[in-house]
Design a binder for this molecule. Structure first.
Ligand code: GMT
Length: 378
C-alpha cells in the first residue's frame, strides 16, 4: 500500500508512534510518504520505501498567523496525485484531520476514492479539542474522517462523550514497542557517575502542565530522604523551569539531572529502577510502556488510559492524580523489597511484550487500512 502519514514531527508520543509506525510499515513492504513541516525526529536520514515531503508555508506581511493548515492540505493533495497514494493517515486531530478533509475535497474530481484515517492521541481530544475555539472544528473533522482509531479505550469513550458522537465508529489500536530496542539486557549500565550506587528514578515527557512535573520532583524528594536516589528528567517543555525551581526549593538540585531532549531513551531506561508518570490524565502513556518493556516498574496516576497500560500492583503502582504522598510510599515500598521489584520488573517486560509488541500492533493497522483502501487497487 502507498500511505501518506502526517504527524507532529517534534519530540512527543504521537510523533514517535506515527514515525515508528511508518518505519515498520515500510519494512513490511508498504510505501510511506511523511507529509510534515520538518523531518520527524525519530526518522533516520534514509530508509527504503520512505519519503519525506516538507510542508512549506508561504510568508506574506499580511499573515500574522501563517496558514499552515492550508499549506498542509495543498501538500497532501499534491503528494496523493503525484505518488498515487491509497490512503492518508493523520495523527493528532488538530489540524491534521481538518487539512486532510480539505485535501480530500480538493481531490473529489481526480481521486474520489482517497480515504482519510485519523488516529486520536490524547490532548487533541481531552484538552485542545475541547477548547471552545477548536471544539466545533475537531468534532467536524472527526465526523468527516473515513476511519478513526484511538490509542486507548479511555480515549475512545472520552471522544464519544466530549463530541456527542456515541455512534462514532472508533477502533482502539494501542501504541506499541519494539521488544528488541526496549530490552534491559541489551545495554551497558549508564549514569554510573551520576548515580554512584544510588537508585535511579526517571521521568520522560514534554514537560507540559498536564504532566505534573512538580509532583515528579515532590515524589523523588520523599523517596531520597529514605533511600539515597537520583532523579533523571528527560525531555523539555514549558514546565521544566517549574521542576528546576521545585528541586532548588526542596534543596535537592544536585540529585536531579535534567538531560533535555534525547532521541534514544532505551539505553537510559535500562539503567532506571522506577519510572514516574503522575500526569493528570494520560490517554495512553507511551513513555510508561517503553519503561515497562525495559523492565522498569511505573509509579503513576490512576487516570485516563494509564491503567490500561500499567497493571496496578503487578507491573507498577497507581494512585489518584496529585497524591504525591501515596506515589512516594508506593515507590519506597517497592525499592525496599528487592525480590518484589525483580518480580515486577520481569512481569512488566513480559506483559509489555505480550500486549503491545510492534509486529502485532502494526499488523492491526495494516488490517485497518485494507478496509479503507480503494478496492480497485491491488
Ligand atoms: O496529547 C498530547 O499531549 C501529545 C501527545 C504527544 O504527541 O506526545 O501525547 C499523547 O499521545 C501519546 C501517543 O499516543 C500518548 O502516549 C500520550 O499519553 C498522550 N498524552 C496525553 O494524553 C497527555
Amino acid at each position: 500500500m502507498k500511505i501518506g502519514i502526517t504527524c507532529y514531527p517534534t519530540y512527543g508520543g504521537s510523533g514517535a508512534v506515527a514515525t515508528e509506525l511508518g518505519i515498520a510499515l515500510a519494512q513490511r513492504g508498504n510505501e510511506i510518504h511523511f507529509i510534515t513541516y520538518q523531518q520527524p525526529f525519530r526518522l533516520p536520514a534514509f530508509l527504503p520505501r520512505i519519503y519525506f515531503h516538507e510542508v512549506d508555508v508561504g510568508r506574506y506581511p499580511l499573515f500574522e498567523y501563517p496558514p499552515y493548515d492550508l499549506a498542509l492540505a495543498v501538500r497532501m493533495h499534491e503528494v496523493v496525485l503525484r505518488h498515487d497514494l491509497d490512503l492518508l493517515h493523520v495523527h493528532y486531530a488538530i489540524p491534521h484531520a481538518t487539512s486532510a478533509w480539505i485535501a480530500r475535497e480538493m481531490l473529489e474530481s481526480t481521486r474520489p476514492d482517497i480515504k482519510v484515517l485519523t488516529t486520536l492521541h490524547g490532548t487533541d481530544i481531552t484538552i485542545v479539542g475541547q477548547d471552545p475555539s477548536f471544539h466545533a472544528i475537531t468534532k467536524f473533522s472527526i465526523e468527516k474522517s473515513d476511519g478513526l482509531t484511538a490509542v486507548s479505550h479511555y480515549l475512545k469513550a472520552e471522544t464519544q462523550s466530549a463530541f456527542g458522537c456515541a455512534g462514532c465508529n472508533i477502533e482502539v489500536i494501542p501504541n506499541f514497542i519494539d521488544p528488541e530496542v526496549f530490552d534491559r539486557a541489551r545495554y551497558e549500565p549508564q549514569l554510573r557517575d551520576e548515580a554512584r550506587g544510588r537508585k535511579v528514578l526517571m521521568h520522560i515527557s514534554n514537560f507540559r502542565p498536564v504532566k505534573r512535573v512538580k509532583d515528579v520532583v515532590g515524589i523523588f524528594a520523599r523517596v531520597t530522604q529514605e533511600i539515597p536516589s537520583i532523579l533523571v528528567m528527560v525531555g523539555d517543555g514549558p514546565d521544566r523551569v517549574v521542576a528546576e525551581e521545585e528541586a532548588r526549593h526542596l534543596g535537592i538540585s544536585d540529585d536531579v539531572f535534567f538531560l533535555g531532549k534525547l532521541e534514544a531513551v532505551a539505553p537510559l531506561l535500562a539503567s532506571a529502577d522506577l519510572f514516574l508518570l503522575p500526569t493528570n490524565s494520560e490517554s495512553f502513556g507511551l513513555s510508561a510502556l517503553e519503561a515497562l518493556a525495559t523492565g522498569v516498574p511505573v509509579i503513576g496516576a490512576r487516570a485516563g488510559g494509564l491503567p490500561e497500560v500499567v497493571r496496578d500492583g503487578e507491573t507498577g503502582a497507581l494512585c489518584e492524580p496529585g497524591d504525591v504522598e501515596g506515589m512516594a510510599s508506593a515507590a519506597l515500598a517497592l525499592l525496599k523489597d528487592a525480590e518484589r521489584w525483580a518480580r515486577m520488573s520481569q512481569l512488566a517486560a513480559e506483559d509489555a511484550r505480550a500486549r503491545f509488541s510492534k509486529n502485532e500492533v502494526v499488523a492491526r493497522y495494516e488490517e485497518f487500512y485494507r478496509r479503507y483502501k480503494p478496492s480497485a487497487r491491488s
